[in-house]
Design a protein around this ligand. Structure first.
Ligand SMILES: C[C@H](OP(=O)(O)OC[C@@H](O)[C@@H](O)[C@@H](O)Cn1c2nc(=O)[nH]c(=O)c-2cc2ccc(O)cc21)C(=O)N[C@@H](CCC(=O)N[C@@H](CCC(=O)O)C(=O)O)C(=O)O
Length: 138
């Protein structure tokens, strides 16, 4: 059973391209890199593809639950909380990592990395009083 694609058209298309190419290298947003995560549904138990911006340091990755600055967290946030084992595809390299939500100074460091990788994150945070959750995968 292969993981579910997003019901969101543009996201599904990017995921399909990654799967067809066998690498994330051909997909991006305004030239900024994307990584393909696979999460396990908290309720459905289904595997789900979740492409996110690439935020990486020393082999560790962040998952930034921005959802464009929406008032609510993305559904995948609940999936990762419930099932912290997440598959990561960066380029053509696939690994399985464990996610944990971060806060305080650790989050501040990774937020800086995230905004450097994808500046719109700063605008998304301005647009909502929800503190955008950040996971680290290692
Ligand atoms: C649309 C919805 O997606 P979502 O999980 O809310 O996530 C919304 C977006 O964050 C997600 O589409 C991201 O991939 C969008 N996205 C980014 N989203 C971000 O939040 N941050 C990013 O940096 C980001 C970058 C990005 C780059 C490329 C790209 O193509 C997409 C990108 C969705 O997939 N819903 C499904 C599944 C819902 C689900 O996961 N249900 C869980 C239960 C969840 C629960 O317990 O509430 C289950 O199956 O058990 C559905 O409604 O059927």
């Amino acid at each position: 059973m292969s993981p579910e694609l997003s019901p969101t058209e543009w996201v599904r298309k990017q995921t399909e391209q990654i799967l067809a190419d066998g690498t994330t290298d051909g997909v991006g947003i305004n030239g900024m890199k994307v990584v393909l995560f696979t999460t396990l549904g908290a309720k459905s138990g289904k595997e789900r593809y979740v492409p996110l911006m690439r935020v990486e340091e020393d082999g560790k990755y962040a998952m930034v639950a921005s959802k464009g600055g929406a008032p609510e967290n993305p559904s995948w946030y609940h999936n990762v909380k419930a099932n912290p084992q997440v598959t990561v595809q960066d380029g053509d390299v696939v690994s399985v990592k464990t996610a944990r939500e971060i806060s305080g100074d650790e989050r501040a460091h990774w937020w800086e990395l995230a905004v450097a990788a994808y500046p719109p994150y700063a605008d998304y945070q301005k647009n909502t009083d929800r503190q955008i959750p950040v996971f680290i995968l290692e």
